[in-house]
Ligand binder design. Structure first.
Ligand code: UDP
Length: 477
């Protein structure tokens, strides 16, 4: 992106607008910081609710004041501040409740922006931002924070349906290959599709919403993805058959760390952008453990587990030959009348010698700690990339969204982990933990460190030219 310097002497003003969810904010705020380092004026548009939490748990004022052109603005996400925003809240409420209010607020921010916004980088799930950008004549880039592989699967769903490979009928072999997603014909099975594809109803509203937003992402002036050519090259080539302006700019956390370290040295304060209070005590516990002896267990910022699942996982961990660091987010265990919280207290008490449990961990630092030898993950895309970059092999227990596809890529394409999708049984947990941490430890450590070393290179930023189009209505100030 480059300003037209003949008509403008100020730095270009970019508005970055994430979906109001932790995983999306994480990568978009990193992208925003990278652009601020490169000299752009930046407005980061956060929801009131998430901004309150960012301010509460991070020193964002001190961190971002070093970038003179960086500002936060906040708008509503359409829900009351005290809404719990847990479970399936997002997809259930997006179209009717959130979208109309966010659209109106975005428009207002853009119309009143001074200096005017020269380019919008919006979360690719916020398709309405394209309509607003067109109306106001502002160039727009969509940023899809999920994996390119999953983006491509979402895009291909209408073709999968047309070929009669969906719906999956109830009694079917879930290992059947899906042959209509170009580039994935040899490894994508029914069970690796996003979970909404398991419904018999091909008119399912969530499936339709996801396909609609995905197809719309390719109508923007450009599409950026949080990956590297070396990691996802074959799938990026497939996506480029539908849109020529597709850029791989990641892994963003690694890009940012490298640039910050080069500029300020390794001791510089890195911003964690977390929406929960980080429990750093686990780092002291890790300091006391031998190298590569601990498995880190965390399922991201949205996933919930039932009480029974947590107990199965915990027994598997306890019976394995390894120690564990387990994250259990507050309110993430589903049980009746506080049963969830009780079970966590009980497990904490019984785990004292074998494990450590926290509500929220400093994940990037944990994954880079020498004591960590494996990551038991839900395969959210940020977590997956963080693990890849840290060279940590994974046990994959995906729950929804892009996680099933990511899990397949990790285990079958990159071969840096084991796939545990669709099961939660203490014996299997125990076996997989022993495989990754003990019995096949060197094999996995080698493949994971090879990907981390060889595949992740620094992206060279280069200008792309985006033209302001003629606004469709109303003059901007
Ligand atoms: N995370 C963290 N501490 C935790 C758990 C998660 O800092 O205890 C961070 C993690 O580093 C990642 C993000 O939360 O950047 C989760 O994003 P991801 O895409 O993996 O999953 P999602 O939360 O969107 O399901």
């Amino acid at each position: 992106m480059e300003q037209d310097r003949s008509s403008q002497s100020r730095p270009p003003h970019v508005l970055v607008f994430p979906l109001p969810i932790q995983g999306h904010i994480n990568s978009m705020i990193k992208l925003a910081e990278l652009l601020a380092i490169a000299g752009f004026k930046l407005t980061f548009l956060n929801s009131h609710h998430n901004h309150e939490r960012l301010v509460k748990f991070n020193n964002i004022a001190a961190h971002f004041e070093r970038y003179s052109g960086f500002q936060f603005k906040t708008i509503t996400d359409g829900l009351p501040l005290d809404h719990p925003r847990s479970g399936n809240w997002f997809l259930d409420m997006f179209e009717d409740t959130m979208e109309p209010k966010m659209k109106e607020s975005l428009r207002e921010v853009l119309v009143n922006s001074s200096p005017p916004v020269d380019c919008i980088i919006a979360d690719g799930f916020l398709g309405f931002a394209l309509d607003v950008a067109k109306e106001l004549g502002i160039p727009i880039i969509f940023f899809r924070t999920s994996s390119p592989c999953c983006f491509w699967v979402y895009y291909s769903i209408p073709d999968i349906i047309q070929a009669g490979e969906l719906p999956i009928n109830g009694s079917e072999d879930m290992d059947r290959l899906i042959t209509t997603v170009p580039g994935m014909e040899t490894y994508l099975r029914c069970r690796d599709l996003p979970t909404f594809c398991r419904k018999l109803d091909i008119e399912d509203s969530i499936m339709k919403l996801v396909v609609k937003q995905t197809r719309k992402s390719l109508q923007a002036d450009a599409l950026i993805l949080n990956t590297a050519e070396e990691l996802d090259g074959p799938i990026l080539s497939q996506i480029r058959t539908k849109c020529s302006r597709v850029y791989a700019v990641g892994p963003l956390h690694a890009q940012l760390n490298t640039r910050i370290n080069a500029k300020h040295g390794e001791s510089y304060d890195h911003f964690s952008n977390t929406l929960w209070e980080v429990d750093k005590s686990c780092m002291f516990w890790l300091n006391k453990q031998p190298n590569r002896s601990v498995i880190y267990v965390s399922f991201g910022s949205i996933t919930s587990t039932s009480r029974e699942q947590l107990v199965e996982l915990w027994y598997g961990l306890l019976n394995s030959k390894t120690k564990f660091l387990l994250v259990v987010r507050p309110n993430s265990v589903i049980g009746k009348d506080g049963e969830g919280e009780d079970v966590v207290m009980e497990l904490m008490e019984k785990s004292k010698d074998r494990g450590y449990i926290v509500n929220w961990a400093p994940q990037e630092a944990v994954l880079n700690h020498p004591a960590i030898g494996g990551f038991f993950t839900h395969n959210g895309w940020n977590s997956t990339l963080e693990s890849v970059v840290a060279g940590v092999p994974m046990i994959c227990w995906p729950q929804f969204a892009d996680q099933h596809v990511n899990c397949r890529v990790v285990s079958e394409v990159w071969k840096i982990g084991l796939d545990m999708k669709d099961v939660c049984d203490s014996k299997i947990v125990e076996k997989m933990v022993n495989d990754v941490m003990v019995d096949r430890k060197e094999e996995f450590a080698k493949s994971a460190s090879e990907i981390a070393k060889e595949e992740i290179k620094m992206v060279q930023w280069r200008p792309i030219h985006l033209k302001r189009s003629k606004a469709e209505t109303r003059t901007r100030r």
